[in-house]
Design a protein. Sequence first.
Length: 259
Amino acid sequence: MTEIRALIVDDEVLARRGIRNMLKHSPDVQVIGEATNGRDAVEAIKEKRPDVVFLDVQMPLLDGFDVIERLPEQFLPGAIIFVTAFDEHAIRAFEINALDYLLKPVDPERFQKSLGRVRSQLNNSHAKDRNERLLTLLQSLKHERNGQREYLHRIPLKQNGTISFLDVKSIEWISAQGNYVELHTAGRHHLMRETMDGIESKLDPAKFVRLRRSIIAHIDQIKSVHLLAKAQFDVVLRNGKHFQSSRRYRRNLDPLLKI
């Protein structure tokens, strides 16, 4: 049995203890150390060379993403599991090619599934493939730090314990539904726990436009725009839906109206 060397990084004592206790049920995994902040994590990874790192996102000094960015290529671990209490961080982790993520409080069954993915990644993938994946992760982080913002291309949707991915290009419009947003595609809709401001910040402004507080439309789906009174517009989508832009968001349409 190949031993998997694991490092646990979290500033919360109970969180570290919880992961360590769940790993006790896996005889092929040895916990080789812990770190309580980002700076110590970088040094621990360099020194101990773990196979997998359970990496908290929200930490003092350096967050989980900073830790990965500061690691030289030769010290990148074979697998990374981001641990977070916030869904938006989980989505970002998927978008930048992290192996997997766990939401706090960590569900034991979900934890074992993640550990299974680690085993598969380490046992069946060539080192070159793993390094390329981690380098893609690192490059994405560097682009974002340099102002080259990475926007969502796929949105993970959780339902009944399964995560499916929705291609952002298939979204026609988005509406607010209480504490959720509703993503409308051709003949279907999907609920996602997110605010309108939150989802707007993750979408490419060259592709999506906010028409009013509760509506975002895919620019490619806009068929026509009709001027109304008081500097407002009636926006018509290709599917026949009509939305009236509010005065507050009227300026968002300016780039579309310029010839």
